[in-house]
Design a protein around this ligand. Structure first.
Ligand code: NAP
Ligand code: GCO
Length: 267
């Protein structure tokens, strides 16, 4: 392997991908494993972790699974300490765990708004805070925050999600600003519309057999004319986790089939 190809390798690296028993997190972890990394992930309950472990095993990956709610600072600190003891210091963190509530703003309670911000913004702060001290001691670290189209754009019904993902973009830039001098790179990935359980309600086939109107809207709004697959995020994530991106910091890489470049289909 020449030096350029070696710089994309994750051989010997330890990665923690939050909420990665399926969906985008699972696909990113799978790509990391293919590039040589050891995978750690968490989920909310043991049964979900077990389901994740079985899915990794089916891909030939020996992952380390932990029960942990990323909003619970004590639980996150305990998980990170346990990973350091059992596996080693985390070289790569992907803040992937996230939720969405599609509710018009005037019908949304403050408690619902707070819950979304707690998982999608406060938790990435908590997990990043838990891993950065050991990254500083080790002399390097990679943090990837999973942002969204909603880090840039608004739309009806997703006020809390857009506020949190916009905030996550700025947290990304701030971690870069504060810890870049310690050779820590913190970047975001902004997925476009990706076919996962989170977006399944937007793709439901209608009673008359037609495609969901939102599904048709996304196809028309995406120059690639398709939804993304979780695996579309693997290559970009490996790049941002590897030495190939050592001077890329505070950036959000949008992996969206061109949505942000496009004004929409002309009439
Ligand atoms: P998903 O299918 O709903 O998966 C999200 C994962 O996060 C699940 O494993 C979930 O676990 C876990 N999770 C939620 N709350 C958690 C908590 N408090 N502690 C630990 N784990 C928690 O979502 P996805 O579509 O793969 O999305 C992954 C990330 O990409 C999210 O941040 C999402 O906002 C973002 N994103 C998605 C899209 C898209 O089109 N799908 C686009 C842009 C950005 P349980 O299932 O056990 O609750
Ligand atoms: C929505 C939300 C998400 C999107 C994604 C876009 O519009 O319902 O924005 O579900 O899939 O975050 O990047």
């Amino acid at each position: 392997m020449n030096d350029y190809m070696k710089s994309f390798s994750l051989e010997g690296k330890i990665a923690l991908v939050t909420g990665a028993s399926y969906g985008i997190g699972f696909a990113i972890a799978k790509a990391f494993a293919a590039a040589g990394a050891t995978i750690c992930f968490n989920d909310l309950k043991q049964e979900f972790v077990d389901r994740g472990l079985a899915a990794y095993e089916a891909e030939g990956i020996k992952a380390h699974g932990y029960v942990c709610n990323v909003c619970d600072e004590d639980a996150v600190n305990a998980m990170v300490a346990q990973i350091e003891k059992e596996v080693g210091v985390i070289d790569i963190l992907v803040n992937n765990a996230g939720i969405i509530k599609r509710i018009p703003m005037l019908e949304m309670s403050a408690a619902e708004f707070r819950q979304v911000v707690d998982v999608d913004l406060n938790a990435p702060f908590i997990v990043a805070k838990a891993v950065i001290p050991s990254m500083i001691k080790k002399g390097h670290g990679k943090i990837i925050n999973i942002c969204s189209m909603m880090s840039e754009l608004g739309r009806e019904t997703v006020s809390a999600y857009a506020a949190a993902k916009g905030g996550l973009k700025m947290l990304t830039r701030n971690i870069c600003s504060e810890y870049g001098k310690y050779n820590i790179q913190c970047n975001g990935i902004g997925p476009g519309y990706i076919a996962t359980p989170q977006t399944a309600p937007l793709r439901e086939i209608q009673p008359d057999g037609s495609r969901h109107p939102f599904d048709q809207f996304i196809i028309a709004k995406t120059p690639a004319e398709r939804w993304g697959n979780p695996d579309d995020l693997g290559g970009p994530a490996v790049f941002l986790a590897s030495d190939a991106s050592n001077f890329v910091n505070g950036h959000v890489l949008y992996v969206d089939g061109g949505i942000l470049a496009y004004i929409g289909k002309q009439p």
